[in-house]
Each structure stands twice: as structure tokens, then as C-alpha cells.
Design a protein around this ligand. Structure first.
Ligand SMILES: *Cc1c(COP(=O)(O)O)cnc(C)c1O
Length: 357
């Protein structure tokens, strides 16, 4: 602590990201990164010529990437906002759309742990909405409409991995037409039972969808996230961005993102491989007595029934496999396990067989 800090800094409770260990030979299943490299075309695109161009500022509006994303999602360029990872997009969203409204922001009690951090940073009252006993979001409980500053949730939810269907999101948008609803779709590309809310954007002026290239496009190290909405909502985000940092995306990140989006075939193969590994891992965990939540994401939430989750977490670590354990209400009995390559998942299952005997 320093006497030079602003007074609010003392009260902040910063987000703690999953560990990025320096040790080499670990199996890293703790931060939902993609086990496969980005499209090989990304490597070709980021050549010496691009490095030379780093002397110039990038396009402040990432226009080329915006056009790629607009084409991909069937929207106009002015319906796309781009940021330095979706965490950056989320922070600007909290500032532009939720703050200084003096009304609570609704989000699930078990959800992305950055939401309460942003709420604190921007002085927004959080109102945590309990998931039901099956860890599902109960949309009909979100009924404050103009009495709240907004609603935000991931779909599929994290860390539960459970998704909700588009008709539920549409019902939520209708019941809350006077407030903004943000759907954080970090994992939507891995879903096979629920779909993106993008197709509702032109019907609902109160909908903002946020996506990232960190998970399904293997570009976590490059920091690219984006938001999709009607042009007026997007303009609010642009105003805040241009009052804060005009160049959130560097040249290499923009080019990597465009290239990754254009390689549709590589993307689809990668997503399919992870869905197949997820299904295999789920079955194997169930055979070992785990209760596994029905996952729509690139990770599973699994509860060991013969030993406490924290003990299993520690034993896995000793075997150089890191997963995520949350010492928190309701999910303290679970492990969150990122889906890796088939070889990594086989190593996980055989380590668990040793641990649980
Ligand atoms: C991973 C994740 C993000 C952050 O993604 P970045 O684009 O890497 O900042 C946002 N929301 C949820 C729910 C996530 O799990």
C-alpha cells in the first residue's frame, strides 16, 4: 500500500488469472486455452515484412478485421467493436453501458469471476442471481427490466460449462427490453446444443454479444476480442475506447485474427477434435465415479465422489497435471478441467486412476 494511491485503489479486489507456470513438462489444463496451435496460415502471414511495419501505428479501428468479422456474422462493419482480448471489451462494456446508472447489475452467482471485479472497479452494485440446483441460469428470475443497469452472463456459462438455448435468451431480451443484455460467448464455438445470440442482433437493440479468439481460435497469446450489436450500442463502446486507448490491437494481432478467421476448415477441424475429446473425457470421468456437468465448452466441471476435489487437485499437480480448483461456495467440490489433446486426456485419466484407487 502507498499513500500515493487513489483511495478507491485500496478497496479493489483484482482478478486472479489461472497460473501460467514456467516449468516446461506440465500438462496444462487450467486456463481453457486451446491445445492446438493457431492456423498454420497465421505463421505464414506474420512474416518479416509485417515486423518492419511495426514502426507504424496500427489502424486505430482495426477496419480490416471488423470487415472480416462483419462478413462472417452477416452484419455491418458498424455493428462490430474490437478490443485487446474480450476482457478489455468487457471492461469497456461495464464502463459504457452499466456504470453510473445507480441500479444493480444482474449476473449469475456462479459465473466468470471477472464480473464482480469490474463491478467493483466501476462502482456498480452487483446482484448475484442463484443458478438452480442443476447449475442452470433461470432466465425468468431476471425480471427487473429498467430497474437494473443491465444483465450479463456467459453462454455457455463458465465455470459450469452449461449452455442455454436461444429461445431462453430471446425471452430474456423481451422481458428486459429497457435494459442491456450482454451475452459473453467465449465458448460458443464448442457448443453443440445451444447457439450464438448473434442472429438476434438486428431484432434487439438491447443485445450485445461478446466473443474472443482466445479459445476456439487458439490465439490467447495474441489478445483479440470483439463485441457485436446494433450500431448505437457499438458507438457507445467506441466513445469509451477512444477516451482511453485508441490502439487496443497491434498490427500482428489484427493480422493473426483475420487469418485465423479466414481459415474456416482448420477452425472446424479443431473445434470438432475438442468436442470429441470432451465426450471421451466425460465418459471416462463418469466411469471413475465423477459427476460431470453437461458441457458445451472446451472444459468440463467434474466432481470426484470418493475423494475431496482439493485433494485430487493437489495429487494431480504432483503428477504434473494442472487443472483448476475454486475454493468457493457451491463449486468447492468440483474440478474444472480444460480439454486438451487426446494424449493429454489419456494421461489425465490414467493419473486419476492412480490417485483414486
Ligand atoms: C476466457 C474468457 C474470457 C476472456 O477472454 P480473453 O479474450 O482472453 O480476454 C471472457 N469471458 C469468459 C467467460 C471467459 O472464460
Amino acid at each position: 500500500m502507498s499513500k500515493f494511491w487513489s483511495s478507491f485503489v485500496q478497496d479493489l479486489e483484482p482478478y486472479v488469472p489461472g497460473e501460467q507456470p514456467k516449468v516446461q513438462d506440465l500438462i496444462k489444463l487450467n486456463t481453457n486455452e486451446n491445445p492446438y496451435p493457431p492456423s498454420p496460415k497465421v505463421k505464414e502471414a506474420l512474416n518479416g515484412e509485417q515486423i518492419d511495419l511495426l514502426r507504424l501505428y496500427p489502424d486505430p479501428n482495426s477496419t480490416a478485421l471488423k470487415q472480416t468479422l462483419a462478413d462472417y456474422h452477416g452484419l455491418d462493419q458498424n455493428q462490430v467493436f474490437i478490443g485487446n482480448g474480450s476482457d478489455d471489451v468487457l471492461a469497456l462494456t461495464f464502463m459504457a453501458l452499466f456504470s453510473q446508472k445507480n441500479k444493480p447489475l444482474l449476473f449469475p452467482d456462479i459465473s466468470y469471476s471477472f464480473y464482480p471485479v469490474y463491478a467493483k472497479l466501476f462502482n456498480i452494485e452487483p446482484r448475484k442471481m442463484p443458478l438452480n440446483d442443476q447449475f442452470e441460469i433461470e432466465v425468468d428470475k431476471y425480471d427487473l427490466n429498467d430497474q437494473c443497469s443491465g444483465i450479463i452472463f456467459p453462454n455457455p456459462n463458465a465455470p459450469t460449462s452449461i449452455g442455454i438455448t436461444l429461445d431462453k435468451i430471446e425471452a430474456l431480451l423481451k422481458a428486459n427490453s429497457e435494459t442491456v443484455v450482454v451475452v459473453d460467448e467465449a465458448y460458443i464455438d464448442f457448443a453443440d446444443n445451444c447457439e450464438s445470440a448473434c442472429k438476434l442482433i438486428n431484432q434487439y437493440p438491447n443485445l450485445l454479444v461478446i466473443q474472443t479468439l482466445s479459445k476456439s481460435r487458439s490465439l490467447a497469446g495474441s489478445r483479440v476480442g470483439f463485441a457485436l450489436a446494433q450500431a448505437e450500442l457499438i458507438e457507445g463502446l467506441v466513445r469509451v475506447k477512444d477516451s482511453f486507448n485508441s490502439y487496443p490491437l497491434d498490427r500482428l494481432a489484427e493480422l493473426a485474427a483475420i487469418t485465423a478467421f479466414e481459415d474456416k476448415e482448420y477452425f472446424q477441424q479443431g473445434v470438432q477434435a475438442i468436442i470429441e475429446s470432451r465426450n471421451w473425457t466425460t465418459e471416462q470421468l463418469q466411469q471413475l465415479g465423477f459427476e460431470v456437468l453437461p458441457s458445451q465448452a472446451n472444459f468440463v466441471m467434474a466432481k470426484p465422489t470418493s475423494k475431496p476435489a482439493e485433494e485430487v487437485f493437489t495429487s494431480l499437480r504432483e503428477k504434473k497435471i494442472i487443472v483448476r480448483y475454486f475454493n468457493k461456495p457451491r463449486i468447492g467440490d468440483y474440478l474444472r478441467i480444460t480439454i486438451g489433446t487426446p494424449e493429454e486426456m489419456q494421461a489425465l485419466i490414467s493419473a486419476l486412476k492412480d490417485i483414486l484407487v
